[in-house]
Design a protein around this ligand. Structure first.
Ligand SMILES: NC(=O)c1ccc[n+]([C@@H]2O[C@H](COP(=O)([O-])OP(=O)(O)OC[C@H]3O[C@@H](n4cnc5c(N)ncnc54)[C@H](OP(=O)(O)O)[C@@H]3O)[C@@H](O)[C@H]2O)c1
Length: 261
């Protein structure tokens, strides 16, 4: 896939942060943006902005942590006559804290959103993508947390490891079949993520802008890259996270993240 021109793009988590920045970047008169998240009003604001740049934009308010929300969203989109050539699985949230202090229901929502429904939506969109003449693409948003286990962020980090490995496996399965698959790992980024993760008072280190992260991810998809980490420092951190011996790494991370809760 060489360009987003003329594509129908289904973008989750489009009501704010990195997703809204992607919508703004993708908006041009040739694309159709299908924007989804829970907040209808914020989605409409993003859609209106995209329309001002000539894009066709529609909103599909859904709670993607609800059971079978992947099917409900896909049905809603196809019922309106749309068949996405590009899927951006960006919606997500974190929950920082000692494992037993975060409600089990919150973990269930997180896993439903970031694992079960992400997988289901991808599976449902794929058959059309395989037939798309000018190529198709899937951009999955993971995190630098995906590259190693993270104490006090255990479920979030593990769910993003799923996204990272799932995406890389699909990259290999589909790269010769016209569907590019890329995993974007942002590091700390200035969005609504920190307040939702209960980590707003925490120094996560230097923050990138949502616009920069959106640009890095979308470019990587067009370049056919398997995975990309946004930012040089984050790249180094993710590499260290993959290569460092687990015991000392976990000791360092345990101390660093315990200080944040
Ligand atoms: N910001 C960071 O530091 C950072 C770092 C690494 C990875 N990431 C990842 O980047 C992605 C985008 O996050 P962000 O930083 O842009 O945070 P954000 O500003 O909080 O945006 C998250 C988006 O996901 C949507 N969303 C959350 N729960 C949802 C649900 N149950 N159903 C449907 N949509 C839902 C939100 O919309 P509604 O609230 O309207 O539903 C919003 O549009 C996430 O996958 C996140 O894990 C972020």
């Amino acid at each position: 896939m060489k360009t987003f021109k003329d594509k129908t793009i289904l973008l989750t988590g489009a009501s704010g942060g990195i997703g809204a920045a992607m919508a703004r970047r993708l908006a041009d008169p040739t694309v159709t943006l299908l924007l989804t998240a829970r907040s209808e009003e914020r989605l409409r604001a993003v859609a209106d902005e995209a329309k001002q740049h000539g894009a066709a934009a529609r909103v599909f308010p859904h709670d993607l942590s609800a059971p079978r929300a992947d099917a409900a969203l896909h049905d809603a989109v196809t019922r309106e006559g749309f068949a996405p050539d590009v899927l951006v699985n960006n919606a997500g949230f974190g929950a920082l804290g000692r494992f037993e202090n975060v409600p089990a229901a919150k973990y269930a929502e997180m896993l439903s959103l970031s694992v079960t429904n992400l997988t289901g939506l991808t599976r449902r969109c794929l058959p059309h993508m395989l037939g798309a003449e000018a190529g198709a693409g899937i951009l999955n948003v993971a995190s630098t947390a995906a590259h190693q286990p993270v104490p006090y962020f255990a479920v979030y980090a593990a769910s993003k490891s799923y996204v990272l490995h799932f995406s890389q496996a699909l990259w290999a399965e589909y790269r010769e079949r016209g569907v590019a698959v890329t995993c974007l790992s942002p590091g700390p980024t200035r969005t609504g993520f920190q307040s939702r993760a209960d980590s707003q008072n925490v120094a996560f280190g230097p923050m990138e802008s949502a616009e920069k992260v959106a640009r890095v991810g979308l470019r990587a998809l067009l370049a056919g890259r398997r995975a990309v980490v946004s930012g040089a420092g984050n790249k180094a951190g993710a590499l260290a996270g993959r290569l460092a011996p687990r015991r000392p790494l976990l000791a360092i991370l345990e101390r660093a993240f315990e200080a944040m809760i």
